[in-house]
Design a protein around this ligand. Structure first.
Ligand code: BGC
Length: 764
């Protein structure tokens, strides 16, 4: 039987070889590749001259982990043919295979088992940490701390690379203005300027200074493009945007990644203006590869190739391969179009072979950039893997960033910080005891239930309290792939919670979303506190209004009732492994919160999409009659504006000075005096916004163009200066050309986007 299988396998391999068109059937190994550098041809040219068309297409093929390579070879089913492809050099990359041993074993099959021995790239979603989980990206962004964010990505790369991974599908740089969209947790929020800075920091962190090192990994800017503008905030929904939004809002963070040397870009599931992104030649060839001169390669999103059939854009899988490749999608993730049909399509003249060569060259170059031809096993050191996981330094960095990500949304009568000697303190809410939910959505490199809970954090700092869980938030277990079932009916624990609140002096209530309520496929139409939590909040408020509400979520929530009734709200997102330590420190003032929200918090879902940098309306109002831009049943203002966040100290802004030297130096200097007028040290994110008053296309009422995170001791002052140049003052025209137009500008400086006062300057 075994013999028969071997014979059949050999016949299959033979057949595969017969269908190849080899230029050189000789086997080359990594040493040969190295030698060839002495000739004029590059390593990649030499290698490609030896590759068959089929092998080149093989590089454009990625499979999800299909078999545990540390075990025996698969005998049948999908794993068997994928295994055969691996041995035949028809796989360029795999995703979701982790662990130094597993990766080594699979790499060995590719390097030692295939004709040309081309190593694989191993991809994984390393999104907010790997083993040590850091705050979800939206939360990290709330720190506005670029160094800390870069460090977070650096540590994630160190951990993931020690487990064999050399490519992360991050950063997600999709700008989004819609809190209903579950994936806002994975991005940097609503603002393009901030998004560009964060995107660069993350790419730097993952890729480090030397991509060839064994602890740096390739980054991937995703999802190109427009995914964050899904209609009605519904994941996978239609995207239809105009040129102004496309060029000025959506594309710049991708360009920032390209400028930072990102090795790969992922296209997206959505259609953009009628064309699925995976089949969009304009986006991938014209904008990304031609205009921006992107030298890396484009990977499709998971099955986004074959989804073009569902979109009604491709008639079958062959069509998918043709459309995607012609459009510039270089590697296919889990659609199988390339591997099954691309060769035939080339032979029929439907795809120019130059596109195959181009895609293959880009992929091989990425492997070369990672140093995989020199040492394909460089990420596969079991000893290193053991040493690195859960190391103290990464824990400490994760804790620092978790603290920095917390946002104090409201603090009336300085109810916060709590005293460490607080008497009769109640802690209520199922999320206070949660060790799983605060880990957030992307956490496949880590362990379930590994977060420090709020209760554990409070215990460690010795804050005495009594605890009641209240009703459950979810029903049953949940996971990355399953819909979260919210408990709307089981009131077990409700009465006990209210009873405890009644006899306590103060109540810390921990409420919000479960960590699996945001993320891919997790759009919400309601943005309030899910399940029975709002009811519990109101019931507790009736018996004891001295409440500190700690909110957790991966997106902005509608907290309007809480804002009107609860004296203090501390927003704690999903902060990762160190969650409870960070929250406890902020509650008692061991850490003074400095986070600022990177997305507007709406008052009502009906306001969404709501964002601070909206365009000027022809009817800005307010006027007495109804004929202006407004709702009749809701105010225009959000609950909390973009950039909002309080501190336990106070900051005073004064002496805003504008020095217009544009005519001579090309710069307008704007400076401001910032003083910590409170009694404790703190940090303030000083934000600078501009408004371009008259332009050839309508400009937003305000745009962030600079920020600085400023630490100040109590009583200390500092002058902060920003430079405005054409880069900040210009914008993209409807053709995507960056232009600068002279004229009048307003400049605003302060601690959030809700700024009324401005200074003017004019550029002739
Ligand atoms: C997501 C991507 C992710 C990929 C691989 C897709 O469903 O949209 O962001 O990188 O899966 O896991």
């Amino acid at each position: 039987m075994l013999k028969l299988k071997i014979v059949m396998y050999m016949i299959l391999v033979g057949l595969l070889c017969l269908t190849c068109t080899p230029k050189d059937t000789g086997s080359i190994k990594k040493t040969d590749v190295a030698k060839d550098t002495k000739t004029k041809l590059s390593k990649i040219d030499m290698l490609m001259s030896k590759m068959t068309l089929e092998e080149k297409i093989g590089q454009m093929n990625q499979y999800n982990g299909f078999w545990d390579a540390t075990g025996p070879a698969p005998e049948g089913g999908d794993s068997r043919w994928k295994y055969d492809h691996l041995k035949s050099g028809l796989v360029g990359s795999v995703l979701n295979v982790t662990g130094a041993e597993a990766v080594r074993a699979m790499q060995k099959e590719a390097v030692e088992g295939s004709r040309l021995g081309i190593p694989l790239i191993f991809g994984l979603d390393v999104i907010h940490g790997h083993k040590t989980l850091t705050p979800v990206p939206l939360a990290e962004t709330a720190s506005w701390d670029l160094e800390a964010i870069e460090l977070s990505a650096r540590n994630a790369a160190i951990e993931a690379s020690s487990r064999g991974i050399n490519w992360t599908f991050a950063p997600m740089v999709d700008i989004s203005r819609d809190a209903r969209w579950g994936r806002v947790m994975e991005g940097a929020g609503e603002d393009t300027y901030l998004g560009c800075q964060i995107a660069r920091a993350r790419v730097k962190g993952f890729q480090g200074k030397d991509l060839k090192a064994n602890n740096t990994i390739a980054a991937c800017a995703k999802h190109f493009a427009g995914y964050g503008f899904a209609e009605a905030g519904m994941d996978y929904n239609t995207v239809d945007v105009g040129t102004s939004t496309l060029y000025n809002v959506i594309l710049p963070p991708f360009k920032a990644c390209v400028d930072e040397g990102v090795l790969t870009v992922m296209n997206s599931f959505n259609i953009l203006n009628g064309v699925p992104a995976t089949g969009d030649k304009f986006l991938q060839r014209e904008v990304l590869k031609d205009r921006w001169d992107f030298q890396g390669f484009v990977i499709s999103d998971w099955g986004s190739g074959k989804e073009m059939i569902d979109h009604g854009f491709a008639k079958d899988l062959k069509d998918v391969a043709i459309i995607a490749t012609n459009a510039g999608s270089d590697m296919d993730m889990e659609s199988y179009g390339n591997i099954r049909h691309l060769k035939e399509a080339v032979e029929e003249g439907k795809v120019d072979v130059k596109y195959i060569d181009d895609a293959c060259r880009r992929i091989l170059q990425a492997k070369e950039d990672l140093g995989l031809f020199d040492d394909p096993y460089k990420y596969c050191n079991v000893k290193r893997e053991k040493e690195l996981l859960y190391n103290d330094k990464h824990m400490e960095d994760a804790l620092n960033l978790a603290k920095k990500s917390i946002v104090l949304l409201k603090n009336e009568n300085s109810i916060l910080p709590l005293s460490k000697k607080e008497k009769d303190l109640a802690v209520i809410g199922v999320l206070a005891g949660e060790k799983n939910s605060p880990l957030g959505n992307w956490r496949m490199g880590s362990d379930d239930n590994s977060a420090i809970s709020v209760l554990e954090g409070l215990k460690e700092i010795g804050l005495k309290h009594k605890y009641e869980k209240g009703p459950d938030l979810i029903k049953g277990n949940t996971s990355f792939i399953h819909e979260v079932k919210i408990n709307e009916t089981d009131r077990t624990g409700f009465k006990e919670a209210v009873k405890l609140a009644k006899k306590s002096k103060k109540v810390v209530l921990v409420m919000g979303e479960h960590g699996y309520q945001s993320g891919e496929g997790r759009s919400r139409a309601k943005l309030g506190l899910p399940g029975l939590q709002q009811e519990l909040l109101e019931a507790i408020h009736e018996v004891n209004p001295n409440i500190v509400l700690v909110t957790m979520s991966g997106r902005p929530l509608v907290l309007t009732w809480a804002d009107e009734n609860i004296p203090a709200i501390l927003h704690a997102w999903q902060l990762g492994t160190q969650s409870g330590h960070a929250i406890a420190a902020a509650l008692v003032g061991d850490y003074n919160p400095s986070g600022k929200i990177p997305m507007t918090f709406p008052r009502s879902v009906g306001q969404v999409p709501i964002y601070y940098n909206h365009m000027s309306s022809g009817r800005p109002g307010p006027i007495d009659l109804v004929f202006w831009r407004h709702y009749t049943d809701e105010v225009n203002a959000p609950l909390y504006p973009f950039g909002h966040g309080l501190s336990y100290t106070d900051f005073e802004y004064s002496d805003v000075t504008v020095t217009n030297n544009f005519a001579t130096t090309g710069k307008v200097d704007v400076s401001v005096q910032l003083k910590n007028t409170g009694s404790v040290k703190g940090k303030e994110v000083v934000q600078l916004y501009i408004r371009d008053l008259v332009a050839s296309t309508v400009r937003p009422i305000k745009e962030l163009k600079g920020f600085e995170l400023v630490p100040l001791e109590a009583g200390e002052s500092k002058t902060i200066t920003f430079d405005l140049t054409k880069e900040e003052l210009g914008f993209f025209d409807p053709q995507g050309k960056f232009i600068f137009e002279a004229g009048e500008f307003h400049v605003f400086i302060g601690g959030s986007s809700d700024l009324k006062e401005f200074k003017k300057f004019e550029i002739q």
